[in-house]
Design a protein around this ligand. Structure first.
Ligand code: SF4
Length: 484
């Protein structure tokens, strides 16, 4: 066995990397790390994500009238409440005193119920969400162990152990799906042939008629996006009924009654399955860039059975507006990497490709699914070489060496690594996901931002050279005489 002394401050040194690499069967890196770079592209040693359950907690604590009860041990509780309050949860999170003693005694359900009872005492509570994390799930907390109501308040179980839910976008889906199952379950009817099927619409009054002509968008949106989408839909005689996730519990109750659900982000697969089972038409994809905006408006028109000529006219006009913007802000000849963990990376990549950019590498934290397939096929047909799902930081760094991009839209550590190499980089979450994206209104701001970042390239190279000196010449490819 190898003796290893951990140096002061627990630094990960090349020696430790070597020992870990050998013990796991991987060869030690043959080439030393580039000067000044902190991440080894050969080992997945960095923490890849924070606790994914944060996605559920963040969505649930933002809904008015929802109180959360976190069924977990003290360590998880500390970290998760810290970040939730960092993101301005502004409400208490109930939690049981849950340690080894309670686990050994098998008191998981009792502990969960006690926390829910505490949550029910908060004035104005309409729904209690019991969030079951790794420890409680491993110990075995099932839906049947929780009462459907406590003190007259509905209780839902949100199961988000990290060994089953790998990213925080997917944990958001688990939370939304749990609410939809409670408030938008299918209403069943039996046909004349004796077949039971979901009844989506009973046509009982004018309000139902109006809702049936509207759409709910499912996906976390920048506030300006629903406004521009609603404006375009109103031209078709439709409109947005709500967006989910919403702060208003009543919006979740509308989901079964609208004419269609537009699932604009691909990771809401559980929620989509629940609504599909309830008989609600689902529109996938999102209105980003000329082609996708055109297709999306046409899909809404078809799902709601709107006037085909008017739909074609509005869709064509929006496509032309997008094309006009792209003519002003072309990204032709630029190579860009899109590496986020939000789950909407394929949408941004489509936008860049339509603007003329080359996007050889895309990575995301979510898993590949039926709902990523169309965008993946579209991108690969237009030159994208790699799309990495459930990615690691090290894969993103290896891709920098392989494709040598002009700009990186990446996570914090990847953006830092790119800047150290003199490559312009933007932090995906803070710079991109906080801007409008949809239709021509969203396109203009996003493309302009990216073009400005590309123009700053000389400054990044100047900074790199300031710290590291002139760049070593690239090794020349060996000349091979194929006539020998
Ligand atoms: S043990 Fe599980 S629930 Fe707790 S912080 Fe880690 S990943 Fe999250």
């Amino acid at each position: 066995m190898t003796n290893m002394t951990v140096p002061e401050g627990n630094l990960i040194t090349p020696e430790i990397i070597g020992v870990r690499g050998t013990s796991s069967g991987n060869p030690a890196p043959e080439t030393p790390l580039p000067k000044g770079h902190s991440v080894s592209p050969d080992y997945n040693l960095t923490p890849q994500t924070m606790c994914p359950a944060f996605g559920s907690l963040r969505v649930l604590t933002r809904i008015d009238g929802v109180q959360t009860a976190m069924v977990t041990d003290t360590g998880c509780l500390y970290g998760l409440t810290f970040v939730t309050h960092f993101y301005a949860a502004r409400k208490s999170i109930a939690a049981p005193a849950f340690g080894t003693k309670e686990l050994v005694a098998g008191n998981v359900a009792e502990a969960a119920i006690a926390a829910c009872v505490e949550a029910s005492k908060v004035p104005g509570t309409k729904l209690i969400a019991a969030i079951s994390l790794c420890v409680a799930e491993t110990a075995g907390l099932t839906e049947e162990m929780l009462p459907p109501q406590i003190n007259g308040i509905d209780v839902i179980l949100v199961r988000v152990p990290a060994y089953a839910i790998h990213s925080h976008p997917e944990a958001k889906d688990v939370a939304i799906n749990a609410i939809l199952k409670k408030y938008a379950p299918p209403r069943m009817e039996t046909t004349a042939e004796g077949v039971e099927k979901p009844m989506t619409y009973d046509g009982s009054n004018a309000e139902e008629e109006e809702l049936r002509r509207k759409v709910i968008m499912l996906g976390e949106l920048f506030p300006a996006d629903p406004i521009s989408v609603d404006t375009v839909l109103k031209r078709l005689g439709s409109g947005l009924a709500a967006t989910l996730p919403s702060r208003n519990l009543d919006d979740y109750k509308l989901a079964r009654r609208v004419g269609a659900i537009a699932a604009v982000h691909p990771f809401y697969s559980g929620s989509v399955a629940t609504l599909r089972a309830a008989g609600v038409p689902i529109i996938t994809g999102a209105p980003v860039g000329p082609e996708a905006s055109y297709n999306w408006i046409k899909a809404v028109g078809a799902a709601l059975r709107l006037d085909p000529a008017l739909t074609e006219q509005v869709a064509s006009e929006e496509r032309e507006k997008c094309r006009a913007i792209l003519q002003r802000f072309s990204l032709k000849g630029r190579r860009i990497h899109v590496c986020g963990y939000e789950g909407n990376e394929l949408l941004y990549a489509r936008l860049l490709v339509e603007a003329g950019a080359e996007v050889p590498y895309i990575s995301t934290s979510i898993q590949k699914s039926l709902y990523t397939a169309a965008d993946e096929a579209w991108l690969k047909a237009r030159g994208t070489r790699e799309i990495v799902y459930q990615k690691t930081l090290e894969q993103d760094i290896r891709a920098l060496d392989v494709y040598k991009p002009d700009l990186v839209l990446g996570t914090t550590p990847l953006s830092a690594e790119a800047k150290q190499r003199g490559i312009p980089a933007m932090y995906y979450t803070n710079m991109l996901s906080v801007r409008p994206l949809f239709l021509s209104a969203g396109l203009a701001g996003t493309i302009q931002l990216i073009q400005e970042a590309l123009e700053r390239a000389p400054r990044y190279e100047w900074m790199r050279e300031f710290f590291e000196g002139p760049r070593a010449p690239e090794p020349q490819a060996a000349v091979m005489n194929t006539l020998d």
